[in-house]
Design a binder for this molecule. Structure first.
Ligand code: ZN
Length: 497
């Protein structure tokens, strides 16, 4: 009797306790975008991911991908629901073990509503079961999932994840990855990091890849097809894993003659940028018809076309330079793209000098002299180019020119200290152009606002006095085209869609 009276009261008290946070105004949906003005719906608000565990199976004859993603995260605000960026068909979502409601929304949002709201600071395990045909899915009218005659490839910038795993798709939320993919025997699955193991069962081979350092979502890659995998170790001790489609035809020799130099180039870049930041390096060349390359972390994506005219070490230098500038230190927002592309292009200039095909100074002089003042080239601000010009040639060439101007202003000693110190200062993190300027000022002891404004943020050609100050050849001077120019120019479509 006594118990019966107490029990409902206790229950009422308990449900009242639960009801207080649920009804409190602080619980609200996480934002559908992480707050990047270039791409308002990329990434999401309200949580931070630490790890993606992807267990997948791919059938090349139908392009069907199915599997389970387990995402480890922590809430950064009180949440009633949150979004993931994803396009495939979802059959079940669980949040901390409990089935959650879900619905597709907008261009690429998957809205997840847990049964009970989530307080700020709550650890999350989000399990998403899914399947679908990635090549049949589009957002904003496009797909970046590339089918090949023998499989498919996911590698693109700034968006590639939506077609193969649910994520917080913005470089400011980096995480570690385990990517496990089963493909029919005779096929290979290539991803980032180290190949932990493979196993075969009932006609399927499973590849288990691990990326144990933080990685931006757009730097996660997946290639499914028939590959020849090579392994080696660089002189400096970096393990190298490369993969070549078995269908590269006449490009096969040039692809291997370029990408097999990965270890040598990683060691050479280490001399400028400091120790290689990851546990393995490498690249892969799938049988695609695309023209670009991409700095997918530890496993660079190259198109066969990059090797159509013979070996191309310049593109290998560019993509491997990104392992420090872009992958190890990632941009805070997409407006900071100069920190990626300006430095990767400058590394190509350093390689040109190393090869005796033109110094960085000669290349900078040539860029400055060969674009007249009325050239649209000067209207693009490398320091904040806008989403439409994010991969404009000015971000690369004007971006590298700005780096030479900085070097001439502060001297080689400070400059090379900065080049090596920056990846160490922001290792595995994110940084902005403004962070870089402050760091360069701190190391060099010089105010650099005016120099950065002139070379990165003006929409007109810096005038002769600015060029003189930066020790560049005057605009009126005829500057000979450096020998490496055409080779470097041929890599200009590295990030073109
Ligand atoms: Zn690049």
């Amino acid at each position: 009797m006594h118990r019966r009276i107490i029990a409902p009261g206790a229950l009422a008290a308990a449900s009242l306790l639960l009801a207080i946070p649920a009804s409190a105004a602080s619980y609200s949906p996480g934002a559908p975008g992480i707050g990047d003005p270039y791409y308002p719906y990329y990434g999401n608000g309200g949580y931070d991911v630490s790890h993606y565990d992807l267990r997948l199976k791919y059938q090349p004859t139908t392009d069907e991908l199915r599997g389970t993603a387990t995402i480890l995260a922590r809430t950064t605000q009180d949440l009633s629901s949150f979004d993931l960026d994803f396009l495939l068909d979802v059959s079940e979502v669980r949040v901390n073990g409990i089935r959650a409601a879900f619905a597709h929304s907008g261009q690429h949002e998957l809205v997840v509503t847990p049964r009970t709201p989530l307080a700020k600071g709550t650890p999350l395990s989000v399990v998403v079961r899914y399947h679908g045909v990635p090549s049949a899915k589009t957002a904003y009218g496009f797909t970046t999932w590339h089918r090949t005659p023998d499989g498919a490839v996911a590698a693109d910038e700034p968006e590639a994840a939506w077609w193969w795993f649910p994520s917080n798709d913005h470089p400011s939320d980096k995480a570690t990855y385990d990517v496990s993919v089963a493909v029919p025997d005779g096929m290979q699955a290539i991803s980032n990091g180290t190949l932990q193991s493979t196993s075969s069962r009932l006609g399927w081979t499973r590849y288990n890849w691990r990326q144990n350092k933080p990685q931006a979502t757009y730097l996660a890659t997946l290639a499914l097809g028939r590959f020849d995998i090579t392994t080696s170790t660089s002189e400096g001790g970096v393990p190298v894993v490369n993969a070549y489609s078995k269908n590269l035809g006449d490009n096969d020799g040039a692809a291997r003659a370029s990408v097999e130099r990965t270890g040598e180039i990683v060691d050479w870049l280490s001399g400028y940028f400091g120790p290689y930041p990851f546990g393995s390096a490498g690249g892969y060349v799938p049988d695609t018809t695309t023209g670009y390359a991409l700095e997918t972390q530890t496993r660079v994506y190259y198109s066969p076309k990059q090797f159509a005219n013979g070996s191309n070490t310049s593109v290998v230098v560019h993509e491997l330079a990104h392992q420090w500038y872009g992958d190890d230190v990632s941009l805070k927002g997409w407006k900071d793209i100069w920190l990626n592309e300006g430095f990767a292009r400058y590394a190509q200039w350093l390689w040109s000098e190393h090869e005796g095909e033109g110094t960085t100074q000669e290349l900078a002089d040539y860029v400055y002299a060969s674009h007249p003042a009325d050239d649209a080239f000067w209207t693009v601000k490398p320091g904040d180019p806008g989403p439409d010009n994010q991969f404009d040639i000015a971000v690369y060439d004007r971006g590298a020119l700005a780096i030479q101007a900085l070097r001439n202003e502060i001297g080689d000693k400070a400059f090379f200290t900065i080049l090596k110190g920056w990846p160490e200062k922001h290792a595995y993190g994110n940084a902005s152009v403004a962070d870089f300027r402050r760091y360069a000022e701190q190391v060099s002891g010089k105010p650099l606002s005016a120099l950065f404004d002139t070379w990165l943020f003006h929409t007109s050609k810096p005038a002769a006095p600015a060029a003189r100050t930066a020790s560049l050849a005057a605009a009126s001077t005829t500057v000979a085209q450096p020998k490496s120019w055409r080779t470097i120019e041929a890599t200009n479509d590295v990030h073109g869609h």
